[in-house]
Design a protein around this ligand. Structure first.
Ligand code: BGC
Length: 455
């Protein structure tokens, strides 16, 4: 896709607004969020030999010396690490004098980062910067004034002009611009192994709705030895996001937004219907779903041992990193059935905590993260698309070019619960607990009540 086409398309999109997802929700104080949202069960070992322990702390010596740029993030799995390293390489080229202290808190979807970061920020001992979703996830920090306003220092006119308006909005939940988004992932993807589906005699493009997904899983189960759905239940976020996908596929964006605004009771039948179907999908997860991470599940799809996976397109970053696993020939994706015109968005950003150990280097890093160069290096490897509208996308490859077309053509780009843009962290962690229990017992009554009470 040409640079110009992307720019033209985006100037159209940039006038489109995200429908505000959760503006009416009460905000919470940081102190109220310091619980580990997932308990021990939520801490994932991604299997990576990255110097990180399984409890989310790091064993690499931890914090930086004064002046060093310490970055806390959770990009250690799949192709995530390659994308992060590409970002750092670009930064180092521009600022060779800055010493970077890489301090990962591994765990898919940030399942281990919260505790580390909240404690450090509250103690006045923050890292230079950390990975966080923009939108509601920022509010415990902005409510307490724990993030610097970078509206003048980083967000100059050139940058504001280049970013999608909706993404700028998500970066200022409390009024001040406090975050620099670097990517946009799509969440409502159904990835599949092409050969396994052929063997199962299933055509993914023929699946019309979430019920059809169940029929396809049954067909894979009957006709092949593969695991129908490479889903992980070790940490609850993947089931929460699958619930979001099923609900969006069944009900569409309007009902979904009513749900994230907390209007659960008037949607009781709809929520129960989504839970019912989800409980039937569970027959088709791997036997060891409770002890694998998302990328270990995805490895099975790559190996031809699994048919489908519902994940954000970070999963595509992992396919790109795998040898000889080609888009179109070996893997492909359809929008989660029923949610075609929806681009369910997940965004990552970096922030400038107050009491910063390295103000100058932090500002340099945030400035860099907001550039064309950073986003051109990072996104094609990560499996995401840039939030700036002027990034040349010629090297983004056929899959991401299709995602860009889908984004540009999408009717709505709703925020996500499992990845923090839509609801405040306190609500998110209640919902995660509901789905942790649901993973264990598949009890629809209990899950419905817990979901209702979460808001
Ligand atoms: C982040 C992605 C990441 C994924 C899995 C999401 O919450 O936004 O960048 O790849 O979690 O760890």
């Amino acid at each position: 896709m040409s640079h110009d086409k992307r720019t033209d398309a985006d100037s159209r999109i940039s006038r489109r607004r995200y429908v505000a997802g959760a503006g009416a929700l009460a905000t919470v104080a940081v102190a109220g969020c310091s619980d580990d949202p997932e308990g021990d069960a939520g801490i994932e070992d991604d299997g990576a030999d990255d110097g990180a322990t399984d409890d989310g702390t790091t064993d690499d010596g931890g914090e930086a010396e004064a002046g060093e740029l310490e970055i806390v993030h959770w990009w250690t799995a799949g192709g995530e690490e390659d994308a992060y390293n590409a970002l750092l390489d670009g930064f180092r080229e521009e600022h060779p004098d800055v010493e970077i202290v890489d301090n990962p808190a591994p765990g898919g979807a940030g399942s281990a980062i919260d505790t580390v970061i909240q404690n450090r920020v509250l103690d006045g001992n923050p890292p230079s910067t950390f990975q966080i979703w923009p939108g509601q996830a920022l509010t415990p920090y902005t409510d307490e004034g724990l993030l610097e306003d970078i509206g003048d220092s980083v967000w100059d006119d050139e940058m504001r002009e280049a970013y999608l308006d909706d993404i700028v909005d998500l970066s200022q939940p409390g009024g001040d611009l406090v975050a620099v988004p670097i990517n946009i992932h799509r969440l409502n993807n159904l990835f599949y192994n092409v050969e396994v589906l052929e063997e199962a005699d299933v055509d993914a493009t023929d699946i019309d709705d979430p019920q059809g997904v169940l029929d396809a899983l049954e067909a894979v189960d009957e006709n092949t030895d593969a695991v129908p759905m490479a889903h992980q239940t070790q940490a609850p976020w993947s089931t929460l996001q699958l619930f979001e996908a099923v609900f969006l596929g069944q009900r569409g964006t309007d009902d979904y937004l009513s749900f994230v605004e907390g209007d659960v009771e008037s949607l009781e039948d709809e929520v129960r219907a989504a839970l019912e179907l989800l409980s039937e999908y569970a027959d088709y997860y791997p036997e060891d779903a409770g002890s694998i991470s998302w990328d270990q599940g995805n490895d099975r799809l790559i190996e031809g041992e699994a048919a489908f996976l519902h994940q954000g397109d970070w999963a595509a970053g992992q396919y790109e990193a795998a040898d000889g696993f080609e888009f179109g020939e070996d893997w492909d994706m359809v929008p989660f059935p029923g949610s075609d015109g929806i681009y369910h968005s997940v965004i990552d950003s970096f922030v400038f905590p107050t009491n910063n150990p390295s103000p100058e280097a932090t500002e340099q890093f945030l400035n860099y993260a907001g550039t064309v160069d950073a986003q051109e290096r990072f996104n094609p490897i990560k499996g995401s698309i840039p939030p700036r509208t002027d990034v040349p996308t010629d090297d983004f490859g056929p899959f991401l070019s299709r995602q860009i077309d889908d984004f540009d053509a999408s009717d709505t780009q709703p925020p996500t619960i499992a990845h923090g843009t839509a609801v405040v962290p306190a609500v998110q962690s209640e919902l995660e607990e509901a789905f942790a229990n649901f993973n264990d017992n598949l009890d629809i009554d209990t899950a419905y009540e817990a979901i209702r009470d979460a808001f």
